[in-house]
Write a protein that binds this ligand. Structure first.
Ligand code: FAD
Length: 309
């Protein structure tokens, strides 16, 4: 029987592990398919406090894991397939094994949608990115033409943010009007540095041979015309969703699937807590996920203490 099981090994998961480990609760971290979480997919992280020169995303996550393990946290490379939160202790099925837990911290993160076009995967971290706040300020994007793909609020936010860095921002959208809220759409289109490219889809990211983004191939969806648009970066903002499918029917979520914490980090099930991007569609940063992991650990520790009184 585990006192604390943490589902997910990103910033939220490992921070929750650090705090619960230091509280002598010997947490078990089920890492899922992506040990270290999303940050391991990026090169340099420049906005995590404490690293004035920036830090490699993979190295940061390795350090978080080591720090938690130093105090007794344990990692298991399990992908949780099923949970039963109807009664305590809770039951989890991970890779065919059953794990029983007195408390659970859900830290399963969120996934962004991909374009699914040639060049996208190979040029990820070499100019293709999914987060303007994270990567927009990198030197390779400064004073360069950039492409943002999408037409919703996120795409507009990303495009507006990038006007601080890029020389011009091409906003590529499949339709001839933005899906974003009226005020956001107006603000975006009034910005002289943002140039909409209507009715168009990116069909390929160039140039894999040069090992960096130099342009995108576009197709006009109304006329079928193809063209090439030079750019140094492609910011994909066509949506993202939380990894919360396995909790359906057991943990209350909003319409968009993100878990809604009740008091602090508590979910609708006492003893099950949530932290990080799976409960946050607004900030989606490493530091906010880590902060939430800390809060969930403290909440779980206090919950266990109250049960044992
Ligand atoms: C390319 C890129 C660059 C970024 N750069 C920055 C940056 O510079 N600065 C910044 O602050 N933020 C950055 N971010 C955002 C940051 O990575 C996230 O906000 C942060 O990783 C969220 O942490 P998390 O722990 O909530 O989730 P994640 O890091 O997404 O971790 C989720 C974890 O849950 C696990 N999991 C999922 N489902 C299951 C399951 N069923 N069973 C077991 N485990 C499961 C996964 O394997 C993973 O370990 C970047 C994101 C991307 C994509």
């Amino acid at each position: 029987m585990e006192k604390v099981v943490i589902i997910g090994s990103g910033c939220a998961g490992w921070t929750a592990a650090l705090y619960t480990a230091r509280a002598n609760l010997s947490p078990l971290v089920l890492t899922g398919k992506h040990p270290g979480g999303l940050l391991t997919t990026t090169s340099i992280v420049e906005n995590f406090p404490g690293f004035p020169e920036g830090v490699d995303g993979f190295e940061l996550m390795t350090r978080m894991q080591k720090q938690a393990e130093r105090f007794g946290a344990r990692a298991s490379f399990g992908l949780v397939e099923k949970v039963d939160f109807a009664k305590r202790p809770f039951t989890l099925r991970a890779d065919g094994e059953t794990v029983m837990a007195e408390t659970v911290i859900i830290a399963t993160g969120a996934s962004h949608k991909h374009l699914g076009v040639p060049g996208e995967n190979l040029l990820e971290t070499k100019g293709v990115t999914y987060c303007a706040t994270c990567d927009g300020a990198l030197p390779c994007f400064r004073n360069q033409p950039l492409v943002v793909v999408g037409g919703g609020d996120s795409a507009c936010e990303e495009a507006t943010y990038l006007t601080r860095f890029g020389s011009i921002i091409h906003l590529v959208h499949r339709r001839d009007t933005l899906r974003a809220s009226k005020i956001m759409a107006e603000r975006t289109l009034e910005n002289p540095k943002i140039k909409p490219v209507w009715d168009s889809a990116v069909t390929e990211v160039l140039d894999v041979k040069q090992d960096k983004v130099t342009a995108v191939k576009l197709k006009n969806l109304k006329t079928g015309a193809e063209s090439v648009l030079n750019c140094a970066g492609v910011f994909v903002a066509i949506g993202h969703g939380p990894n919360t499918e396995i909790f359906k029917g057991q943990i209350e979520t909003g319409e968009n699937g993100y878990i809604i914490p009740k008091q602090g980090t508590m979910t609708n099930v006492p003893g099950v807590f949530v932290a990080g991007d799976c409960a946050d569609h607004v900030y989606r940063q490493a530091i906010t996920a880590a902060g939430a992991g800390c809060a969930a650990a403290i909440d779980a520790e206090r919950f266990l203490a109250a049960q044992n009184q």
